[in-house]
Design a binder for this molecule. Structure first.
Ligand SMILES: Cc1cc2nc3c(=O)[nH]c(=O)nc-3n(C[C@H](O)[C@H](O)[C@H](O)COP(=O)(O)OP(=O)(O)OC[C@H]3O[C@@H](n4cnc5c(N)ncnc54)[C@H](O)[C@@H]3O)c2cc1C
Length: 400
């Protein structure tokens, strides 16, 4: 197949993985005139999904879409509702921003299609199994396709491998994430269930039902939804166990039928200062570019892809793919996203230290506040809350 589809021996850019990060990068690099090869190990791009499929309107529009595409299966006009451990709720209105629930299998293919139409070459069922290195520079990959091994060279290799991040970890010399830096997720796509409002997200928090994370119901239609959760990766029991326990208590969900189930890890912390090496760069989940509080990674991956495409193009013009040159990718990403996500991560870690009783207290207070401030990592706002409530003062030391 490699010769059938005119796969060449050398490219400007090789991208490992055709998820949102890889495909967006492939599209932007190809639009700049770079010669791009994207290599995807799965036989079908976007399948199986490992995602609750939520994306905000602004984020979707940043990708050049309108919200009317076939892959948009539901529009969330009515914001979200968060339930605390004792059942109290905070309603988070949509304000000016609606949300979308996507069909990832179609969305990922559309992004990959955009890359292909821009001129990138994509192959599937081909797994990258090694890096080619010369003089301390990554300069290509070895891949396996139907039992045959092939070597393809490039000026730069990008890891958009997702959370597995085998080569990102190997080349960047980073350890596997700590248990609090990665969540275990599990999810069912359920049909024939009833929901409070099919135009609103439902979220549930509590250490008993979901240690370290939250449960979500993301409606895909009147009676269909992604119902899932993320928990600390070092819990004694599995994510599926917690999800099954919880669904078992909900009559409106347990009557449903399962259309699909999937699990996956979500990197939620452990942000990397250095995501580049000689001839190498990482984007998306592979670089742990995920919102640490809610675990959304599609926007972060595609946002980082834009920064990466600009830097790779500059590297091509300067004919310099050294780690020193590529460092501008690290700097720009940290300036535009990393510093904010780091603050969000600190708030998330404080929530992790809270008992259900503390969570109940803070939810009572947050009811009347703009929770966006917290999701965006506003430490001053959260510090004000802690200092006012004697029971929560103990947490303010973590903000210093
Ligand atoms: C349960 C769950 C729910 C989630 N819900 C949401 C949500 O609602 N909204 C949101 O924004 N995010 C969500 N996320 C996170 C989101 O799915 C990821 O952040 C996003 O897919 C990251 O995109 P990516 O391109 O970096 O990686 P991925 O989408 O993981 O793509 C990586 C690709 O690389 C391929 N690959 C890996 N290794 C190789 C190799 N050696 N050779 C060739 N190909 C390879 C993989 O097959 C894969 O296709 C969720 C995640 C989970 C697990």
């Amino acid at each position: 197949m490699l010769s059938t589809f005119n796969v060449k021996e050398k490219y400007d850019v090789i991208i490992i993985g055709a998820g949102p990060g890889g495909s967006r990068l492939g599209q932007l690099c190809a639009q700049k005139g770079l010669d791009v090869l994207m290599i995807e190990k799965r036989p079908e791009i976007g399948a199986p999904k490992r995602c609750a499929e939520g994306l905000s309107e602004v984020q979707l529009k940043q990708l050049g879409f309108t919200g009317k595409e076939r892959f948009v299966v539901n529009t969330i006009y009515n914001g979200s509702i968060l339930y605390g451990p004792s059942g109290q709720s905070i309603y988070l209105p949509a304000k000016n921003e609606i949300g979308y629930i996507l069909e990832r299998k179609l969305f990922d293919k559309e992004l990959a299609g955009n890359a292909a139409r821009a001129g990138a070459k994509i192959i599937t069922n081909a797994e990258v199994i090694g890096m080619i290195k010369e003089n301390d520079f990554v300069c290509g990959v070895e891949l396996e396709y139907y039992g045959e091994k092939h070597k393809i060279k490039s000026d730069i290799v990008v890891s958009a491998e997702g959370v597995e991040a085998k080569f990102a970890r190997e080349v960047l010399n980073i350890a596997v994430p700590k248990p609090n830096e990665v969540m275990s997720g599990y999810q069912y796509e359920l049909e024939n269930i009833t929901m409070e409002d099919s135009k609103r997200l439902e979220l549930y928090a509590g250490r008993d039902i979901c240690p370290g994370g939250y449960i979500w119901i993301f409606p895909k239609g009147e009676k269909r939804a992604n119902v899932g959760l993320g928990i600390f990766s070092n819990c004694e029991k599995s994510a599926k166990y917690y999800l099954d326990q919880w669904i078992g208590t909900k009559n409106n969900l347990r009557c449903g039928s399962v259309l699909e189930e999937n699990g996956g890890a979500i990197p939620v912390g452990g942000l990397l200062r250095k995501m580049t090496a000689n001839g190498f760069l990482a984007v998306g989940d592979a670089a742990r570019q995920v919102h640490p509080m809610h675990g959304g990674g599609m926007h972060e991956a595609t946002y980082a892809a834009k920064i990466a495409a600009d830097v790779i193009n500059e590297a091509k013009i300067s004919n310099d793919y050294s780690a020193k040159f590529l460092d501008r990718y690290n700097k720009t990403w940290w300036h535009e996203r990393g510093n904010e996500l780091l603050k969000v991560n600190r708030i998330k870690e404080i929530f992790h230290k809270m008992s259900d009783d503390d969570l109940n207290t803070i939810m009572d207070i947050l009811k009347d506040r703009d929770i966006d401030n917290i999701i965006k990592g506003n430490l001053t706002e959260i510090s004000k809350i802690f200092l006012k409530i004697p029971k929560l003062i103990k947490f303010s030391k973590y903000l210093i």
